[in-house]
Design a protein around this ligand. Structure first.
Ligand code: CA2
Length: 164
């Protein structure tokens, strides 16, 4: 007998499922430095703090969550490939690869897993080279500019778009 979870989607319709929603959070290069440098841009919250906050919220929402970080493009691509059929949604902060990586874009398209692009900073208010996202066209949507809250908003969106 599988466990059954019901939660409030926030849009007036409760969601009931028989399986945990599976959310994979991937973080790209240099995000392991969060909270240690450039606090004026990225704040003082560490990546471990973000993981803790997300795990708490995921538990409330009845979602299973895995949280990973790599500085290597190939590792991120391998994780995206492996997500196919295993995870319902990817929350992806690809860091600077967002703006450069056709390979990550191709991996997202190939994996066919709903992917939400996440950024701590408001990339559109920063240097012009951050205004273009290579991955945005193959993502379900984009959340940027809310610091650690961007991840929480993406988690809510990821759970809710699957639920309705
Ligand atoms: O705002 C975001 O989340 C970014 O994805 C962060 C990337 C940046 O290249 C993107 O344009 C926007 C950079 C992550 C590096 O994070 C650091 C944290 C502390 C100290 C140095 C870098």
């Amino acid at each position: 007998m599988e466990a059954e979870f019901t939660f409030d989607t926030g849009i007036g319709r409760p969601y009931k499922n028989h399986q945990l929603m599976r959310i994979l959070v991937l973080n790209g290069p240099n995000l392991n430095l969060l909270g240690t440098r450039e606090p004026s841009v990225y704040g003082t919250v560490t990546l471990a703090d973000i993981e803790t906050i997300l795990r708490q919220r995921a538990a409330q929402l009845g979602a299973e969550l895995d949280f990973r970080q790599s500085n290597h493009e190939g590792q991120l691509i391998d994780w995206i490939h492996e997500a196919k059929g295993r995870w319902d949604t990817i929350l992806l902060n690809a860091g600077a690869y967002t703006h450069t990586s056709i390979a990550i874009r191709d991996a997202i398209a190939a994996a066919d897993v709903s992917t939400i692009e996440v950024h701590l900073s408001n990339v559109m208010a920063r240097e012009p080279f951050r205004h273009h996202s290579m991955i945005a066209p193959v993502c379900r949507g984009q959340i940027a500019g809310f610091g650690a809250q961007s991840y929480l908003l993406a988690l809510e969106a990821g759970v809710n778009i699957k639920a309705v």
